[in-house]
Design a binder for this molecule. Structure first.
Ligand SMILES: [Zn+2]
Length: 69
């Protein structure tokens, strides 16, 4: 079955935005994370026999959605 796995974005750590330079720099600004388009999460569709198998590979995922059989 196809399973859509929702993962927390690893670039912005789920916040949806990142500093455009080192956060300690006083002129740093928050900009939308380009990796996840500001969503803070990314969906990945993969083939697994069951949702339990997907959970075994992605223990930190936010959600699992069955797409078709
Ligand atoms: Zn992101």
């Amino acid at each position: 079955m196809k399973i859509e796995i929702m993962l927390k974005c690893s670039v912005c750590d789920g916040y949806g935005y990142i500093a455009d330079r080192h956060p300690n720099d006083p002129s740093a600004r928050d900009i939308d994370c380009q990796e996840c388009d500001g969503e803070g999460q990314k969906a990945s569709v993969e083939i697994y026999d069951s949702i339990a198998d997907a959970k075994a590979d992605y223990p930190d995922a936010i959600s699992f959605t069955e797409r078709d059989k």
